[in-house]
Write a protein that binds this ligand. Structure first.
Ligand code: DC
Length: 232
């Protein structure tokens, strides 16, 4: 049986994970957050005192790492590093930058590719990341390139960090967003870019509900949903 897949790519803070999670719930698909997988590698480097930008040192770490993904009773994706649940720890701001640096290393991308493809071979998935439509699932049934102006994304990131009780200063968060965009889209290995057959969804002036309806409409149109699927 062929499983269906929706690939959502785009820059940090465009709303990928929130929207993909909501869409997955409505469609009954598995939500796979691939950024969380790269974050786990970033965290592993930080914990072991390895510079996440050092390709040789990080590559040497990989064979000794056990990175696994599981779904809790809540239906949410949990990440495990050497058996420990690191789902919360990978959300820290310093891990964002470490993940972005480690993600530029080709050996890291190769190491994580199989795990991502396996999820899509075993379930209907909505997978979000930077290279899902271009590299991980080039045959996805629907590819969405989700984007928004950098200022709008920084604003959302600030709110998210504050809600988690972490300090957030707009100018600094904006600078980090711009820097991460630059690194993610200019690296040589599987850079962030729009797949040729992706539909662009710009959420700069849309709220969450508006963005969700836009994506749900795209899913209904492209996936040929059957009766009962895709209804809230
Ligand atoms: O989506 P996120 O912010 O959690 O991702 C963290 C970093 O991981 C991001 O800066 C780029 C990298 N990443 C990637 O290179 N490819 C993916 N498919 C997902 C994330």
């Amino acid at each position: 049986m062929k499983y269906r897949s929706i690939a959502i790519d785009g820059p940090a803070g465009a709303g990928k994970s929130t929207l993909a999670k909501a869409l997955a719930r409505v469609l009954g698909f598995l939500y796979v957050d691939t950024g969380a997988i790269y974050r786990t590698v970033g965290l592993a480097a930080l914990e072991r005192g390895v510079d996440p930008a050092d390709g040789v040192a990080v590559s040497e770490l990989l064979p000794g790492l056990s990175i696994t993904m599981g779904y809790g009773e809540d239906g949410l994706q949990h990440m495990f590093l050497d058996g420990a649940d690191v789902t919360e720890a990978i959300r820290h701001n310093e891990v964002s930058a470490a993940a972005s640096k480690a993600a530029a290393i080709p050996a890291v991308r190769d190491f994580l590719l199989e795990m991502q493809r396996r999820a899509a071979a075993e379930h209907d998935v909505i997978m979000d990341g930077r290279d899902i439509g271009t590299v991980v699932l080039p045959g996805a049934d629907l590819k969405i390139y989700l984007t928004a102006a950098a200022e709008a994304r920084a604003e959302r990131r600030c709110r998210e960090l504050r809600e988690r009780g972490q300090a957030a200063e707009f100018d600094q968060v904006l600078a980090e967003v711009v820097e991460r965009d630059r690194r993610d889209s200019q690296r040589e290995a599987a850079p962030l870019r729009q797949a040729e057959d992706a539909v662009v969804a710009d959420t700069t002036s849309l709220d969450l509900e508006g963005s969700f309806q836009l994506l749900l409409g795209l899913a209904r149109k492209h996936l040929g949903l059957t009766e009962g699927e895709g209804h809230e």
